[in-house]
Write a protein that binds this ligand. Structure first.
Ligand code: THU
Length: 126
């Protein structure tokens, strides 16, 4: 998990966040042991911004991964995942541990199920 968290922090440096100046890094651990990173990417049309967590997961999927074991998120102040990312993480990863970290070494361990209680998901679409 140390490596996963370190990658999330490295990814913060890649953030494209000229509007909010809030850099977020994320890293997802695949079931075959690879770590894939993402950073937030903002648009001048603010709503088109994509969060670091979704960039990491979409990148992992695009690279051929489909099963995930853990996620790490790095911000300056230990900010948690937004609602949209909670939904996407639940849909793509199920219940996995999520490490939410700040730049002072604080690590909070959460899980997708705890972050999105009573989740809507594919089971409701059957
Ligand atoms: N952001 C993320 O990357 N992940 C989250 O879960 C919360 C918010 C980004 C989006 C935007 O670029 C900046 O943080 C401020 O909202």
């Amino acid at each position: 998990m140390k490596k996963l968290i370190a990658r999330a922090h490295e990814m913060r440096k890649r953030a494209h966040a000229p509007y909010s100046n809030y850099a977020v890094g994320a890293a997802v651990l695949t079931s075959d042991g690879e770590i894939i990173g993402g950073c937030n990417i903002e648009s001048s049309s603010y709503g088109l911004t994509c969060c670091a967590e979704r960039v990491a997961l979409f990148r992992a999927i695009a690279e051929g991964h489909s099963s995930f074991k853990a996620l790490a998120v790095a911000t300056e102040n230990g900010g948690s995942l937004c609602g949209a990312c909670r939904q996407v993480v639940w849909d793509l990863c199920g219940d996995i541990p999520i490490f939410i970290t700040d730049n002072k070494g604080k690590i909070e361990k959460a899980s997708s199920a705890k972050l999105l209680p009573e989740a809507f998901d594919q089971n409701k679409l059957k």
